[in-house]
Design a protein around this ligand. Sequence first.
Ligand SMILES: *[C@@H]1O[C@H](CO)[C@@H](O)[C@H](O)[C@H]1NC(C)=O
Ligand SMILES: *[C@@H]1O[C@H](CO)[C@@H](O)[C@H](O)[C@H]1NC(C)=O
Ligand SMILES: *[C@@H]1O[C@H](CO)[C@@H](O)[C@H](O)[C@H]1NC(C)=O
Ligand SMILES: *[C@@H]1O[C@H](CO)[C@@H](O)[C@H](O)[C@H]1NC(C)=O
Ligand SMILES: *[C@@H]1O[C@H](CO)[C@@H](O)[C@H](O)[C@H]1NC(C)=O
Ligand SMILES: *[C@@H]1O[C@H](CO)[C@@H](O)[C@H](O)[C@H]1NC(C)=O
Ligand SMILES: *[C@@H]1O[C@H](CO)[C@@H](O)[C@H](O)[C@H]1NC(C)=O
Ligand SMILES: *[C@@H]1O[C@H](CO)[C@@H](O)[C@H](O)[C@H]1NC(C)=O
Ligand SMILES: *[C@@H]1O[C@H](CO)[C@@H](O)[C@H](O)[C@H]1NC(C)=O
Length: 401
Amino acid sequence: MRTQRWTTTLAAALGCLVPDVRAQTGSLKDLGSLLASQKNLTTFYSLIQKYPQILFQLPSQDGVTILAPNNDAFEKIPYTELNAAFANNDQTIITNVLEYHILSGSKTAAQLIPGAPVFIPTLLTNPSFSNVSGGATVENVKQAGDVVVFDLEFNGGYVQVIDSLLIPPANLTTTIESFNLTSFEGALYQTNKLTNYTTTPNSTIFVPQNDAFQALGPAIANMTTDQLSAILDYHLIPSQVLYTPNLTNGSTFVTANGGKITVRQGGNNLYINSAQLLNANILIANGVLHTIDNVLNPAGPDALPNPQIASQGPVFASAERASNLPFTSAIPCTSSCPVSSVTSASASVTGEGVAATRTSVRSSATAVSSSSSRAGVARARETGLGGVGLVMAVGGAVLMI
Ligand SMILES: *[C@@H]1O[C@H](CO)[C@@H](O)[C@H](O)[C@H]1NC(C)=O
Ligand SMILES: *[C@@H]1O[C@H](CO)[C@@H](O)[C@H](O)[C@H]1NC(C)=O
Ligand SMILES: *[C@@H]1O[C@H](CO)[C@@H](O)[C@H](O)[C@H]1NC(C)=O
Ligand SMILES: *[C@@H]1O[C@H](CO)[C@@H](O)[C@H](O)[C@H]1NC(C)=O
Ligand SMILES: *[C@@H]1O[C@H](CO)[C@@H](O)[C@H](O)[C@H]1NC(C)=O
Ligand SMILES: *[C@@H]1O[C@H](CO)[C@@H](O)[C@H](O)[C@H]1NC(C)=O
Ligand SMILES: *[C@@H]1O[C@H](CO)[C@@H](O)[C@H](O)[C@H]1NC(C)=O
Ligand SMILES: *[C@@H]1O[C@H](CO)[C@@H](O)[C@H](O)[C@H]1NC(C)=O
Ligand SMILES: *[C@@H]1O[C@H](CO)[C@@H](O)[C@H](O)[C@H]1NC(C)=O
């Protein structure tokens, strides 16, 4: 009942139809008054006023945490892939994006700063972005430094100010293209599994980097479709969304192939069988993906890593490095073809140029992720802000404290 009361209050404060303001509780402001009082949140406030329906679905006894992008964050939209949606006033995408900024549960900034990354469900449940149980998650990661935090409390939870808009997870297809995981993508095309992998809910997918396929050469490129299917299915764990905190030393998981994989820890590295986890916790619409440095072999589940060496050797007999990238010719050449390096280098105002820019933003995000385990959808953030109390990232955006 409390929920109903404060959404009513919200609606009133936002100038909506509901006249009942008696429910105003205690001395805490309602969300509308709080946002109106923050000079850095005026753009977000107008957006919420424009899409008040978001607030009518606010849940729960436990309140919510609203990650409110500051005005500067909106200035960056033209440089992000949200540009088209905002320029065209695409109501569906904007609503999804706003929902992705609302976390279940009322959390102070201190509670958002964990020792290990935590993944908090959001209100976003549109299956195009969130075919997972309980809504798309946002990862938050502790940055270095001591923290003194100021929470903006309202009568339904907390508002936390962030410096960039969060971008909801893209689907598997889009994500592997962004991360240039083209051999894996081609192998999924070749076996006609791409749509299945992209739409199977609650999945964990281990994706070997291109070099892993190249190192195998004909040992994988010459497989029959059935053999290749069996290998690929050994990289998908259905019905379990496993982030790195779930990948504990010695744990085993059953794959779509039926065989089990084993997680091993050596020093600070995690291994899946003997393949090292490289870029972890990349959020996708139907779960999470992690990149690895080797193709997993269901015929050799007991392969052990050698943590003393930087990269693990192939686990397929007769591996022989190829000069080309296996399976990439199976990727149909459409508008989503990877942009050539020439185009990448010169971002222009053409459609291709936009794609190239996006690729470069994504790849810089990749670089960040590999060192910090940040969500793969993490976006470039303002580097000039470093140091002024920016101590934590939520889904790639920096919390302003
Ligand atoms: C508010 O915006 C001003 C100007 O961009 C900036 O200097 C200040 O740090 C911002 N404050 C917060 C809390 O975001
Ligand atoms: C998988 O995700 C869907 C939401 O897309 C959810 O309804 C379902 O319960 C989940 N299944 C499992 C086994 O977790
Ligand atoms: C993608 O991978 C290919 C082959 O490894 C490489 O030539 C190309 O430069 C990469 N592109 C990006 C944007 O990383
Ligand atoms: C993945 O997302 C892209 C971009 O939104 C979309 O064009 C494509 O149809 C989606 N793929 C699947 C299998 O849903
Ligand atoms: C979500 O998962 C269901 C299976 O539960 C699948 O049929 C559907 O295509 C998926 N939706 C998207 C947008 O991927
Ligand atoms: C993907 O393929 C598997 C195995 O063929 C099947 O059980 C599953 O229902 C498919 N999932 C979707 C979403 O099509
Ligand atoms: C792999 O297949 C190619 C093309 O069919 C063939 O030329 C090559 O000899 C095969 N290599 C091996 C190691 O079987
Ligand atoms: C992953 O770990 C979290 C936190 O311990 C737990 O709540 C969740 O159930 C785990 N997920 C799976 C699929 O085991
Ligand atoms: C992981 O488990 C193995 C086997 O029990 C053990 O030898 C190893 O020391 C463990 N690694 C870490 C980092 O605890």
